[in-house]
Design a protein around this ligand. Structure first.
Ligand code: 1CP
Length: 367
């Protein structure tokens, strides 16, 4: 099948999340879930049985099908979709091999050990050639969504990707990645800049392909001290938001809202709210009232129920979700979500209760 073109997309019927991000009036908080297309859904497991993870990412029809699964299942209870892909496609595009190993997660076959290993990285990455499959998946999904909800694009932030490239997978302490910051600060900055340049290009390409909002995942922000966050994360996050916006304007593309999710970096909330992102996403350790005070309505806030609350039974979910909606309050630019991705063993009906509660309560408090 010839890829569809990034034009004549169906008209958007639900722009609640875009309005919340832009600070316009909303009748209730929009809601979506990080990792909403994933292992907790039986329909995901069924498709996944026959295909490897990265085969799905690289096959636009399959990536599109998985993106639509939660939208088809929950219908009007979800206000956004996020393209099915992974943050680790950038390290792959840079020349590193990443496998998805059952029970372990992502595994790099040859992680970076010292800066000498830069010789194994591709010099000038052709982003369209290496990651064009993500663009095709986005364009196809925009058509297949038929305007039901906006489609989000995303990337992993430079520090988080650098950490994976050195650790070679998930890690409890990030001891290897962090030792680079102490042993090789100059080379660490060089690597972060290389990732940043690709990230900017990739996000602009995602918008060109049809992404209507962008999220940057700094999943390992909280492993850095405030000093090191300011040194090794924040400058690159700012470059990304600023340069992506410049490029979108220069290319005559839509200036789409951008979200930063720096998990664990509660100490940087003020800086993040002054970093050219429209939305700051919060993990569950941040009190919404504190976040509202520190960010002073400069940004929309996203989050932040503890993902494990979905194991608490329907009554507890209703109670905790209601408390969250009230804490953000009726005057805030709140985009409801969990404080991190949904866990693979959650009952899909528990998620339904969360979504229903958020929509009902957040509409009630705005009446
Ligand atoms: O529905 C969606 O949210 C879209 C798809 C999506 C996104 C946004 C996936 C699919 N991954 C991601 C982002 C992602 N990937 C992040 C940032 C968000 C976060 O902090 O959770 C991170 C850190 C990854 C890396 C990754 N990929 C991990 C974590 C490993 C670790 O221990 O550090 C894992 C387990 C994956 C695999 C993965 N990615 C996505 C899915 C559905 C899966 C499961 C793969 C499988 O089927 O085995």
């Amino acid at each position: 099948m010839a890829p569809l073109k990034a034009e004549n997309f169906p008209k958007l019927q639900n722009d609640l999340i875009l309005r919340a991000a832009r600070g316009e009036k909303i009748e209730r908080a929009p809601v979506w879930i990080m990792r909403q297309a994933g292992r907790y859904l039986p329909e995901f497991q069924k498709l996944r049985k026959n295909h490897s993870f990265f085969e799905i990412c690289r096959t636009p029809e399959l990536a599109c099908e998985l993106t639509l699964q939660p939208i088809d299942r929950y219908g009007k209870l979800l206000d956004a979709s996020i393209i099915f892909s992974d943050i680790l496609v950038i390290p792959q595009a840079m020349g590193l091999e990443v496998l998805m190993v059952a029970g372990r997660g992502p595994v790099f076959t040859a992680p970076l050990e010292t800066p000498e290993d830069f010789s194994r990285l591709t010099e000038n990455v052709n982003v369209t050639k290496e990651l064009g499959y993500v663009y095709e998946a986005i364009t196809l999904t925009r058509h297949k969504l038929e305007g039901r909800v906006p489609l989000l694009g995303f990337i992993g932030a430079p520090w988080t990707l650098m950490a994976y490239m050195i650790e070679g997978g998930g890690s409890k302490t990030l001891a290897k990645a962090k030792s680079w910051l102490w042993k090789y600060p100059k080379e660490s900055h060089a690597l972060l800049q290389r990732i940043t340049d690709i990230a900017i290009e990739f996000l602009v390409g995602q918008v060109r392909a049809g992404a209507q909002m962008l999220q940057v995942f700094e999943s390992w922000g909280g492993e850095l001290s405030p000093y090191d966050f300011n040194e090794y994360s924040l400058p690159y996050l700012r470059q990304i938001s600023t340069k992506v916006k410049e490029r979108l304007v220069n290319e005559g593309l839509d200036l789409v809202p951008m979200t930063i999710f720096a998990k664990g970096s509660w100490y940087a909330l003020k800086e993040l709210s002054e970093s050219n992102y429209e939305v700051v996403s919060l993990d569950w350790t941040v009190d919404p009232v504190y976040a509202l005070e520190v960010t002073n309505n400069k940004v929309a806030l996203q989050g932040n129920m503890d993902p494990t609350a979905l194991y608490g039974g329907f009554d507890a979910i209703r109670e905790i979700a209601t408390r969250m909606v009230h804490a953000f309050g009726k005057d805030s630019r709140h985009i409801a979500n969990l404080g991190h991705g949904i866990l693979p063993t959650v009952d899909p009906e528990a998620l339904r209760v969360y979504l229903e509660t958020v929509q009902k309560v957040s509409a009630e408090i705005r009446k």
